[in-house]
Write a protein that binds this ligand. Structure first.
Ligand code: B1M
Length: 227
């Protein structure tokens, strides 16, 4: 009984330490400390925290705070950019680990942020998780011209074309890509202003409100592909 109690205490302490590390990762994103973000991600991995959990409960949770602060005028563009850089520093360490999770490609996704739009944090997360879920991902980057999406989908023989938009003024460019696409590729879209209604309106095959649902959606679209 004594031994059991001791084990429980040890488990609780280590849980507490893990939470602390995740919170510190989140804080390093908010304060925009790239080096701290990278070294805390390494520390979290050494503590045995799963890469998926570090991404969601550390990095993404920090960026969510940044989004809120930006919305409430508590943070401004230069600070947001510094936070975005810290997020990238942390993500660089996780990327190979998330990609290692599966071996056989489940399908090929050509992904990017639509023309006129420089926001790439959410798109990068979706791309990384897709890789982690076993998809082969061709990332076209941000501000991707309509023609480039269309040509790359054909050249890469993409199973899925994924588009992200964060601006109400750019999301409409997704419609032009869908119109120009020929072939069997399915289209999935996402980004803060995008909705299921909008996806239906422009004829996309699916919409996901966040990165984990984007992975489920991609898996579903691959099933439809083979039907
Ligand atoms: Co800009 N920005 N920004 N910004 N920025 C927003 C989007 C805004 C809502 C802020 C606000 O006013 N409240 C607003 C848009 C308003 C609108 O259109 N209605 C805005 C504006 C106006 C602008 C500028 C015009 C500002 C200016 O210059 N005056 C300018 C535009 C530049 C351009 O693109 N041409 C601009 C610039 C910037 C920065 C460069 C400073 C920086 C981007 C840095 C970068 O990405 N490298 C930035 C940021 C960081 C933001 C906010 C604060 C945060 C966005 C973010 O990274 N969120 C944002 C406020 C907000 O969204 N509340 C804002 C975290 C990220 C994890 O979430 O991207 O939503 P998100 O991705 C999620 C889901 O949406 C989903 O999964 C992701 C993970 O769960 N998802 C997909 C995303 N893509 C998907 C694709 C899928 C499926 C799911 O399938 C393919």
């Amino acid at each position: 009984l004594k031994d059991n109690k001791f084990s429980l205490i040890v488990i609780e302490i280590s849980k507490g330490r893990r939470m602390q590390t995740l919170e510190r990762i989140s804080e390093s994103i908010v304060s925009g400390e790239s080096e701290a973000a990278a070294s805390l991600v390494r520390q979290a991995l050494n503590e045995g925290i799963a890469s998926f959990e570090i991404l969601n409960r550390g990095l993404v949770s920090g960026m969510t705070v940044v989004s809120e602060k930006f919305k409430n005028n508590e943070m401004f563009i230069p600070e947001v950019l510094v936070s975005a850089r810290a997020m990238k520093a942390g993500m660089e360490i996780l990327r190979p680990l998330l990609a290692e999770a599966e071996i056989e490609p489940r399908g090929k996704v050509v992904i990017g942020t639509i023309q006129g739009d420089l926001h790439d944090i959410g798109k990068n997360i979706v791309a990384m998780l897709l890789e982690g879920a076993g998809f082969e991902v061709v990332d076209l980057g941000a501000d991707v011209p309509v023609e480039k999406f269309i040509n790359s989908a054909r050249e890469e023989k993409a199973d899925i074309v994924g588009m992200s938009a964060l601006l109400t003024t750019t999301m409409i460019n997704m419609k032009a890509v869908i119109k120009g696409l020929q072939g069997p590729a399915k289209v999935m879209i996402g980004g803060a202003p995008v909705t299921q209604d909008f996806a239906d309106q422009i004829g996309a095959n699916g919409y996901a409100p966040n990165a984990s649902e984007a992975i489920d959606l991609a898996v579903r679209l691959m099933k439809k592909q083979s039907e």
